[in-house]
Structure formats: C-alpha cells, structure tokens
Design a protein around this ligand. Structure first.
Ligand code: DQA
Length: 148
C-alpha cells in the first residue's frame, strides 16, 4: 500500500455488469465501463488510486474484501441484491479492519419492500442510496476524507 497516495477499491455486485441496458428507468443508461471511467477520472482529480471490480459471485466479492486490508484504504461497495440477504458478505466486511461505504444507484427505500432492508448497512461506515453515479462519487469523497 502506497503510504503517500491513498488507494480505494470499488466493488460492484451481481447484475451491475448489465448497467446501461438493465432497467434503464431505474439504473440509468450509463454502462459499467463508463461509470468506472468517470470514477477513475474523479480519483485522478482527488489524487488517489482506484481499482474497480465487478462480480456476479458472492465468493469472488468476499475474496476481494479479504484481500483488501494492506492494499487499500477503503472499500466502496454496491452489493446489488446481496445487500438484502448476504450474511456472508456482511461477515466479510465485519471481519476486516477497513472502512467501507455501501452505495446504491437507486433509492432502495423507495422501492419494493424486500429492498428496504440492508444486512450490510450495520457493518459499514455509512450508506449512500439513490443518487445514481453520484452515490459512488460521494462515497469516494467521504472515504478520502476519513482519517483512518
Ligand atoms: C442496487 C439495488 C439493489 O436492490 C438491486 O438488487 C441492485 C442494484 C442499486 O444500486 O440500486 O442490483 O444495489
């Protein structure tokens, strides 16, 4: 981990590879590659390093979380549908000593009942939900401002 330059990991969960074509009325028309490029541009402006990773598999996301301490100063995670039921993902985040922010493109509290509960929220620093790509940008700013 670079002592002089902060580095962050963005984790995109299941189905987020379909961004841009998936339920565009809810998630917008930006593709995942476009979103990642915007985030990388924002990271450059902030002078931080950023890696982006997407997986449809719970185990891959958990492995990334396990490997993050020592490599990254913080994690931005959009757990997708895992938000609502993955105790394994929650335990992974709770089990590593690294600040994380949960993000959602859509406002999960304004949607179906089953989306209104996050099992992830209690083990992260905070949650940003409903601002489209801005949810990620805000999380990056917040993580960059944290002292730990
Ligand atoms: C989402 C909201 C989740 O409920 C959903 O399963 C997703 C995307 C969001 O970014 O708004 O896949 O995390």
């Amino acid at each position: 981990m670079d002592r002089h330059r902060k580095s962050f990991l963005v984790l995109h969960g299941p189905n987020l590879n379909l961004l841009g074509s998936r339920e565009v009325g809810i998630y917008g028309s930006l593709s995942l590659a476009e979103l990642n490029n915007l985030l990388l541009g924002e990271a450059e402006k902030l002078g931080v390093k950023l890696d982006c990773y997407q997986s449809n598999s719970e185990g891959d996301l958990i492995d990334q979380i396990h490997d993050a301490p020592g490599k990254y100063h913080g994690i931005i995670i959009n757990p997708g549908a895992f938000t609502h039921y993955s105790i394994a993902l929650r335990d992974a985040l709770a089990g590593v000593n690294i600040p994380a922010v949960e993000v959602h493109l859509s406002n999960i509290y304004a949607r179906e009942e089953f989306r209104r509960h996050s099992v992830i929220a209690p083990v992260v620093r905070g949650q940003i939900s409903g601002f489209g790509p801005w949810s990620y940008f805000l999380a990056l700013r917040v993580l960059n401002d944290l002292d730990d």
